[in-house]
Design a protein around this ligand. Sequence first.
Ligand SMILES: [Zn+2]
Length: 104
Amino acid sequence: MPLTDTQVHDVISALTRKTKGVCPMCGSGELAVMANIANIQVFSSINFGFGSGEGVIPSVITTCKNCGNIQLFNAHALGVTKELNLPPADTLGPKTGEEGGANG
Ligand SMILES: [Zn+2]
C-alpha cells in the first residue's frame, strides 16, 4: 500500500529538518519522495539464500527530478518509524556495526 499524503508530508518534514535537501550528484533541490518504502533485506554472510535474511531496513526513497539519482534513507534514523506505522527498532535496523551509537 502506498504512503498516504500525510505520511509523505511527514517524510518531507523529516528530510527538511535533517538534510540539506539537495541532490548530492547534481545539486538540484528538486527531489521527489516516492510513495513507497523500500525494504532492504540484510545478511551477515555471503552464503545467503531465500529466507536466510536477518531482517530488513525500511527505507524512504527519494528521486532527483533532474538527474534521476535515487537515495534511500533509513526510516528509523530519519525518525519516521511511528508515522509510517513501522515496527519499532531497538537500533537503526537489524545490525549497524555501531550498537549504542547515535541512538543510544
Ligand atoms: Zn540530481
